[in-house]
Design a binder for this molecule. Structure first.
Ligand code: NDP
Length: 392
């Protein structure tokens, strides 16, 4: 029985709140707080169990501290935006409460994400006797746990990891993103980066691609190399690793729109003078694009996210693939959100479950692959994200 505070009432917040409310024997008291309280109240009204809601600006540490002191949670689940991570971690430190998020910190004025800022909190969390679990979504999150599972059950040594993220869904909109448009476009337009033999290799945005044949009828699709945050922690924690890459599918239509938006400057994140007012083009674009939450009832098709892993077992080469397939419509029927939010929100709930039931314990700041994957893998099957493994 535990009290939890969820911060952020967007697509992922919708799913985490629903999924936590499905496990009242652990999450007995829930408070959902966000910048716009109406969004929290709308989600609260869909649930069978009563929850509290609150308005909070998660960039304001004293306001966060006040909210935490009044609700007294054991854990804060941060599903606001990556910009808020450090502020929420500061508030958790001040109040002595565990912390969990699904995306690593990113400064607003610089499209650069890395774990250093959050790893730097390790000693302070340790001294305070509390735990921060970073990246408990799907990718990062489940993909890290898949790698830990492969290391534990299938390999003596892992050499190559390819994380492959496919959204084979259709929402029927000319251009929209499946999660926060600002974060999504910053990620996709950044330079690619992968790990090879102890070094990071940088590539031009979306310049490296190949075909990948996805299972269960999804079929062959073009996948593009991107930098993704879990690569940074996996190369630190998976022993023997020589190569780590991240790939994602994009439709031709998405890429066509993105290219034009980039060419005309709409994806810029520096302030531009407009009629005597400073505006940030990407933030303005976000205001024009469909809210990802509105895509829920429109999206058809499936996602397929998994890890293709090469290594050695008993002196022989081994290739192994582990993946989850999630159906957009089924996710919407269950929790009122499409599969991209669902595949992020379910692991956030399971990560919280791991901490609150004592299955994963630690003092300091941790990534997912540092813990025993077994209890997490079992809960994925139970809570809506079953996985399949294949020896190739
Ligand atoms: P949304 O934009 O739909 O939701 C973000 C929510 O955070 C909104 O409700 C927003 O409020 C709220 N928020 C933003 N700023 C503040 C603030 N200063 N104070 C309080 N609340 C604030 O995003 P998503 O739900 O799609 O994504 C949530 C997180 O999940 C992001 O960090 C994203 O990067 C991460 N993610 C992780 C994935 C993974 O697999 N690991 C995959 C997909 C997403 P308002 O409604 O007022 O704007």
């Amino acid at each position: 029985m535990a009290r939890i505070l969820i911060i952020g009432a967007g697509g992922v917040g919708q799913v985490v709140t629903h999924k936590c409310a499905q496990v009242p024997e652990v999450f007995s008291e829930i408070c959902l707080a966000s910048r716009t309280i109406d969004k929290c109240n709308k989600i609260a009204a869909q649930l069978a169990m009563p929850i509290e809601t609150a308005q909070v600006d998660a960039d304001n540490v004293p306001s966060l501290v006040k909210l935490i002191r009044s609700f007294r949670p054991e854990l804060v689940i941060n599903v606001a935006l990556p910009y808020q991570d450090l502020h929420i971690m500061d508030a958790c430190l001040e109040t002595g409460v565990h912390y969990l998020d699904t995306a690593n910190y990113e400064p607003v004025d610089e499209a650069r994400f890395c774990y250093k800022w959050q790893w730097d909190y390790h000693e302070r969390f340790k001294e305070r006797g509390i735990m921060a679990l970073l990246g408990s979504g799907f990718d990062p999150g489940v993909t890290n746990v898949f790698c830990a599972w492969a290391q534990k059950k299938h390999f003596d040594e892992i050499y190559d990891i390819d994380i492959i993220d496919c959204n084979a869904g259709e929402h029927g909109q000319p251009f929209a993103t499946n999660f926060n448009p600002e974060i999504n476009i910053r990620e996709v337009t950044a330079k690619g980066r992968y790990y090879e033999n102890g070094h990071w290799v940088e590539t031009e945005p979306l310049s490296v691609f190949r075909e990948f044949d996805f299972p269960e009828g999804i079929g062959s699709k073009k996948i593009y190399l991107l930098f993704h945050e879990e690569l940074e922690s996996l190369v630190k924690h998976i022993k023997g690793i020589r190569q780590a890459r991240f790939w994602m599918t994009f439709s031709e239509n998405y890429l066509k729109h993105l290219e034009v938006l980039q060419n005309v400057g709409m994806t810029r994140i520096d302030p531009v003078d407009y009629n005597g007012q400073k505006i940030i083009p990407l933030q303005f674009l976000k205001a024009l694009l469909p809210d990802p939450a509105s895509l829920g009832p429109l999206t058809r098709g499936r996602t397929c996210i998994g890890c293709l892993i090469d290594g050695i077992r008993d002196g022989k080469k081994k290739r192994y693939y582990i993946y989850n397939i999630c159906d957009h419509q089924k996710a919407y029927e269950e929790v009122g959100a499409q599969a991209v939010s669902y595949t992020t929100g379910v692991p956030a709930m399971i990560g919280a479950l791991m901490i609150l039931t004592g299955k994963w314990q630690g003092k300091g700041v941790f990534n997912m692959e540092e813990f025993d994957p077994d209890p997490f893998m079992e809960k994925l099957n139970k809570h809506g994200l079953p996985w399949t493994e294949v020896i190739l």
